[in-house]
Design a protein around this ligand. Sequence first.
Ligand code: C2O
Ligand code: CU
Length: 564
Amino acid sequence: MKRIFLLFLGLGNLAYGQNPLFIPSTLSGNTINLSLQNGSVNFYPGNATQTMGVNGNLLGPTILLDRYQTVTMNVTNNLTDTTTIHWHGMHVAPQNDGGPHTVIPPGTTWSPSFPVLDWATTNWYHPHLHMKTNEHVQKGIAGMIIVRDDIEAALDLPRTYGVDDIPLVIQTKAFDASNQIITLETALDTSLMINGTIDPISNLPAQVVRLRLLNGSSERVYNIGFSSNQTFYQIGSDGGLLTAPVALTRLRIAPGERMEILVDFTGMQGQNTALMSYGSELPSAIYGASQPGMGAGQTIPNYTLNPLNGANFQLLGISIGAQTSNPITTIPSSLVAHSPWLQANASTTRTLTFSPQTMGPTAIQGPFLINMMPFDMMMINQYIPFENTEIWTLTNNTPIAHPFHIHDVQFYVLDINGVAPPANQQGRKDVILVPAGGGVVRFITKFEDFYNDTIPYMYHCHMLTHEDGGMMGQFIVNSPIVGLNESQTSMESFVYPNPVIDFLTIDTPIGSRLVLYDNTGRFIWGETTDKMNQKIDFSGLKTGVYFLNQVENEQTRVIKIFKN
Ligand code: C2O
Ligand code: CU
């Protein structure tokens, strides 16, 4: 019944959406309180659907952050199941990252505190418990994080949340006959929803509108476009704004990816349009195309029964209304400057190869391995020197494309199958779809600011069924000085304020030695203290990360200082 329902409303652009698009509420400030809880939602007539949500029944509030603020996230687990919460896309220390090792048992609160170091970005948060990520995300735990910064604020861009700056969390889910969410890998994800709204419609003003697209689906890739074939402009990728807007009529978005687009509805008041996914145009060997594998016989059970596969369907009905006051009516010609790391400066090349656990016609069904290994909580797959610049080569020897995601860093794509990426993939990214059948993606990144000799970061396929099935690995960024007694937290109460603007005060015993390095290890300042309240003048220093070494009784500890 649900399949037929979607078939009628989803195909073509004759029918416009029926339910007003839900816009998640926002949370901002230095303390963000998130309660993970069970809930229920009436998606379909009949039984209510048992769900999970954050501060509500389904999904979570959008978290608004400013670059360089500090934030404490109080995550209280009111579920009956253990879980974790990961800040996908954010550059935070391993102990604050919310990976599978940082569990939040039921009835407890996890309170990481960290400075926001990201550029203006669209990020998101979701559970990351090994083998339960898909279930917890599918049942409804996910939310958007919008980071703002001064550079973005100075551009003429729409930024009134919910008015001309619209969050769109795109997901498909599978339901059983009694309206309950099923998370088996073979379940048919026939129900499409945006921000938890099935068959949504939105009233948007007749001006330039910014859409923040997040593919929060477990497996499905979308091929975004407008029903009128109207040109739109991608302005941001996973890690922030691009150099300049890129004019497009189609945009492919894989699980985990975020993309910000501008669309100009100026002069279109009173008209209707629709945001679509043109699945019929997706090439083979991508989940969502008519053929999910490389050739005949390589398919997923029941795949062809799903009306969304290989089809063009509506994501969001749009009715264009009146302009707001002070509308944005032009597309900016340029955005932000980028200076990607140079290949000549990379000191390490790492190779990750994806393969099916079992070769043959069922190779498309997984489980999938990275370097022949399934994920093992006890096994560290890569050790990375602090501040290393590296080139990673991803080779996909499976018959389906996988969206590869890495924690901690943003990367720049060097090439895809030997060819430089298109303009809209030349910004910072943390997810990249690696083509099937021997496809190769190379990227460059640098592992800076954070290290921890015991808590790893993750890399994995962002198709959540693949991730849960073991297509994941973990890496440690090693501390820079061997034998150093590294402080595990970047926020030490005897050093304040941190982040600092002008004077940093250090409450330290007289006679301890203080040495300040910048993030390249360059000596900045050093002194043996002669008073209890030592002050360091940061006013002339560049914005960024510094390391203060405090040597006391032959013990060194390193405190990370953030200069605003
Ligand atoms: Cu979006 Cu490791 O996750
Ligand atoms: Cu995968």
